[in-house]
Design a protein around this ligand. Structure first.
Ligand code: UD1
Ligand code: CA
Length: 454
């Protein structure tokens, strides 16, 4: 099996009408090109070469080191793009390679494996992944004679009798590297777009009497190339339902799939219930029996078994089992909640560890904090963690109790089992088991109202 692949990702995607490179437009929350990377990984490819050009450094970044990069300075066509990859390809041997476009986010690893199998079976020098499209507009057409490929003709160069052909080039191929090299070196930009077409390698191989095979994908949608934002929306809608279906068939209940969005890398265990308007993104994992929703957005979080989240936004957090979050909680990156923690309405929490059974039930800001076991933080408590320059930590010992409307000026430690009176502004550490009160004493002026009116 071939273990090297080239991803063509240097184009800017003129038809997207965007300043962002096409392959970085998100599909289900992840850059389009990463869907292609995932398919190649699933197919067992171990070396990827990405051809980058337009906004190259941005494109490189999303790969996070999962590919080698070659540069195509001017985008002179798909053939010219692949030509740039030849020296790098040579480092991985002289066998075969897969070539895919960065704008086909629905392609699967299984299909690419099948493409390779066909390539071997036919002992071909090139095998083209094709699709039968009811509406082939915009794709290169596969021209065959007596059942054998003779060429691929781009729509802009195609006469009417070719335009009506429904078998199209998906832009994914398996090539013999030596013949690919020869083919690419022959390319001329003699066509409607003045570009070096990779597709012209096919007619070259045919003219050299080399075997070229095709394999037609079952589901034409899988072959879909995204060239404009309508196709982007179509690809997204398609993938969204595939992902939702997979989770439902694995035992996840969705009360309103239409309003539910789940990113491609999210994992969900059995008997999780997703209520309307839930968005799960990034590398999120939800464990068994949890109930998420309605209207929650969870990005890169791990959520323990039997936890309930309601109308909340959670980013980059780890949440233990049997916790209760929300409604209207904002959890910012770096929070770790142990089991049975309650974080309630209008609470913002950031970079804090909250131990087992602690409660922050209402209207608080807790940042850079260690919250001990079974701590109770009253309504309106604020950790004043920032002096305009630096951030400072707050420590709450186990079992301590913070009265409502308290300011804790960090760095500060509330000792184990200590109490803080409501309305305090705490600027010094509180010893274990003590009661701290830091507020003006109440003074009652008798008969004040009568005096005032007389
Ligand atoms: C291409 C194929 C077409 C096929 C379709 C499938 C050619 C000539 N045409 O057309 O037969 O049906 O894909 O979706 O190959 N790219 C570069 N450098 C360039 C030009 C393009 O890296 O100079 C990259 C793009 O970033 C993109 C991919 O190659 O990821 C395809 O380019 P695109 O312009 O979208 O080709 P299509 O017109 O769709
Ligand atoms: Ca395309």
């Amino acid at each position: 099996m071939s273990s090297v692949a080239v991803i063509l990702a240097a184009g800017n995607g003129t038809r997207m009408k965007s300043k962002h490179p096409k392959v970085l437009h998100p599909v289900l929350g992840e850059p389009m090109v990463l869907h292609v990377v995932k398919a190649l990984k699933d197919a067992g490819v171990d070396h990827m070469i990405a051809v980058v050009g337009y906004a190259a450094s941005q494109v490189e970044q999303v790969f996070q080191g999962r590919a080698d990069f070659v540069y195509q300075e001017r985008q002179l066509g798909t053939g010219h793009a692949l030509l740039q990859a030849l020296p790098k390809l040579a480092e991985y041997g002289e066998g075969e390679c897969l070539v895919v476009c960065g704008d086909t986010p629905l392609l699967t690893g299984e299909t690419l494996q099948q493409l390779q199998r066909e390539h071997h079976e036919h002992q071909a020098k090139a095998t083209i992944l094709t699709a039968m499209m009811d509406d082939p507009t915009g794709y290169g057409r596969i021209v065959k004679e007596e059942g054998r490929v003779v060429s691929i003709i781009e729509e802009k160069d195609a006469p009417p009798e070719v335009r009506c052909l429904k078998e199209v080039n998906t832009g994914a191929y398996c090539f013999d590297i030596q013949w690919l090299k020869q083919g690419l070196n022959q390319l001329k930009p003699a066509n409607a777009q003045g570009e070096y077409y990779l597709t012209d390698v096919i007619s070259y191989l045919v003219s050299e009497n080399q075997p070229v095979a095709t394999w037609t994908i079952q589901d034409p949608f899988e072959a879909m190339g995204v060239n404009n934002r309508v196709q982007l929306a179509e690809a997204q809608a398609r993938l969204k339902w595939q992902v939702l279906r997979r989770h439902m068939l694995n035992g996840v209940t969705m009360t309103d799939p239409a309003s539910t969005f789940i990113g491609p890398w999210v994992e969900i265990a059995q008997d999780v219930v997703l209520e309307p308007g839930v968005i799960l993104e990034g590398e999120t994992f939800i464990d068994e029996d949890s109930v998420i929703g309605p209207w929650s957005r969870i990005t890169n979080c791990r959520i323990g078994r039997g936890t309930r989240v309601c109308q909340s936004i959670l980013n980059d957090c780890i949440i233990g089992p049997e916790c209760q979050i929300g409604p209207f909680t904002f959890m910012r990156p770096g929070c770790i909640l142990e089991d049975q923690v309650k974080i309630g309405g209008f609470v913002e929490i950031k970079k804090s560890h909250v131990d087992q059974g602690a409660k922050i039930p209402h209207l608080s800001y807790v940042g850079d904090s260690q919250v001990g076991k079974k701590v109770n933080i009253g309504a309106g408590t604020i950790t004043c963690n920032y002096d305009g320059k630096n951030k400072y930590p707050t420590t709450f010992g186990d079992h301590c109790f913070i009265g409502s409307n308290t300011n804790l000026v960090a760095p500060v430690t509330i000792g184990e089992g200590a109490y803080v009176g409501a309305g305090s502004t705490i600027t010094m550490d509180v010893p274990p088991a003590a009661l701290a009160v830091a507020r003006g004493r109440q003074r009652n002026i008798e008969n004040w109202r009568k005096d005032k009116e007389s």
